[in-house]
Design a protein around this ligand. Sequence first.
Ligand SMILES: CCCCCOc1ccc(S(N)(=O)=O)cc1
Ligand SMILES: [Zn+2]
Length: 251
Amino acid sequence: MKRPSTWGKDFPIANGERQSPIDIVTSAAEYDSDVQGSNALSTNYTPESEVKLVNNGHSIMCQITKKGVLTGGPLGKDEYRLEQFHLHWGAEDGRGSEHTVDGKMYASELHLVHWNASKYSSFADAVQKPDGLAVLGIFITPGVACNQFKVISDNCGKLKTSGAEMTVDTTLDPTLLLPSNTSDYWTYLGSLTTPPLFESVTWIVFKEPVEYSKEQLLALRNLVDSDGNHMQDNYRPPAALKQRKVKKTFT
Ligand SMILES: CCCCCOc1ccc(S(N)(=O)=O)cc1
Ligand SMILES: [Zn+2]
């Protein structure tokens, strides 16, 4: 994939009104009380009985086969189905996340991608609809190892090149990839952060980061992309906020 600065030519929506990622200016975010209580954000994931991993040339992706559901919070009455998760990261710990918080970049960002199963028939059908997708963004910071992520990081060596796929014969519970606090998040209307950049994503970015070990981050940086280079810095820089408001669920 070519550099983000070149995307505007092939994908004019790159300069659209609701592009992602964004810099989250915490002081400008508006507290939203009605995403609490009974309609708090809720995940109901079924653990995968085997794990399908793909090096798709610009990230490492886990394709979900079990029924996993995200509801509540900013999603109204709709039920969003977990489709896949993948990550973005830097060449070093000081950069790599797509969203930033008051200009701070994290080392990596995990995206759990869901599609609106209440209104659409598949991910492909939902991906171009303004209320089609919901993505959970989880910031990653260097620290202790994340045990559930070992299923991915321990297999990156076998997924080195673009197009490589494998099925790992082990279980994986996506719930264990989430931060302990899933009540505090920012949410706003945005887009896919890679081409085709469709403006179809309700973003939910958790305030609390998750720790991965240095080794787990190094495993990501040793992957090879579709250009045959080390897969690093596969993050899009923040786009203009334009006429949008970021909501927050915490004071
Ligand atoms: C028409 C098929 C589209 C394939 C691309 O799907 C994507 C692309 C980006 C994201 S992200 N980084 O915004 O979570 C999620 C899903
Ligand atoms: Zn992503």
